[in-house]
Design a protein around this ligand. Structure first.
Ligand code: CTP
Ligand code: CA
Length: 225
């Protein structure tokens, strides 16, 4: 195939990709957030468009330009992301959760700005669990044969942690990144191991996020076929 063209192996498929990181509002001016850039999710969206898919990209606080050819919707918090993902998943062939979803959110939202009180120390911040969007989508497949792909950032025993996470989430593929000081978050390059519910283990060498995205789509396309 000529440079710049891709095998349209995702033609006729609707893929839903979440990207970025959620922000959990605390008061009108503050939130709890994370350092996910959204770049890996956008690379997945661009490569899926190039391979012929209809792409819905659900972007959480990325500030990145919309990838050409993708339908982009935005979500701020985990609860908003959940609503958009579940809606888009209804007619999706593939759902990829590349977004970093906050595990917890403030237990209460203060509708007025939280102010300091004289010299008093602050109250501890109470948090509650957010819904697990990936586990929910995997447990309630909107159509038979729908593929569900998760991303997992791990430290320490990356493979063992990844296997446990794949089983816990109930997804088909889990793309596991080893994270550390300069790894993965906000960088242009990435490496990963993709674990399959079928026991497969695919190592993807360090390289551009686009290349990693294409290897993920290879694994997806093989399982859709
Ligand atoms: N995820 C999700 N909903 C959440 C948390 C995570 O859908 N509330 C998804 C992420 O989009 C990602 C996958 O689950 O695809 C794994 O996220 P990760 O934070 O690594 O997993 P957790 O189950 O939250 O485990 P940990 O305690 O290691 O953070
Ligand atoms: Ca988490």
């Amino acid at each position: 195939l000529a440079r710049g063209t891709a095998d349209p192996d995702l033609a006729g498929r609707h893929v839903v990709i979440s990207a970025g990181g959620t922000r959990e509002p605390l008061d009108p001016v503050r939130y709890l957030g994370n350092r996910s850039s959204g770049k890996q999710g956008y690379a997945l969206a661009r490569t899926a468009v190039a391979r012929g898919a209809r792409v819905t990209l659900i972007a959480a606080n990325t500030g990145l330009p919309d990838p050409a050819g993708a339908d982009v919707v935005t979500a701020g918090s985990a609860e908003q992301l959940r609503e958009q993902v579940v809606k888009a998943a209804a007619d999706a062939d593939v759902v990829v959760m590349a977004a970093a979803v906050a595990d917890f959110r403030p237990a209460a939202y203060a509708s007025s700005k939280i102010k300091k009180k004289d010299d008093a120390e602050p109250e501890p911040l109470a948090l509650v669990r957010n819904p697990d969007i990936l586990a929910e989508v995997a447990a309630h497949r909107a159509r038979p044969g729908q593929l569900v792909v998760g991303f997992g950032a791990e430290t320490d025993d990356v493979l063992a942690n990844g296997r446990a996470k794949l089983a816990r989430k109930g997804c088909d593929l889990l793309v596991v990144n080893e994270v550390g000081e300069a790894k993965a978050f906000g960088t242009e390059e990435n490496e990963a191991v993709v674990l399959g519910a079928d026991g497969s283990e695919t190592h993807i060498p360090y390289g551009p996020k686009e290349a990693l995205a294409d290897r993920v789509w290879d694994l997806v396309a093989a399982r859709l076929a």
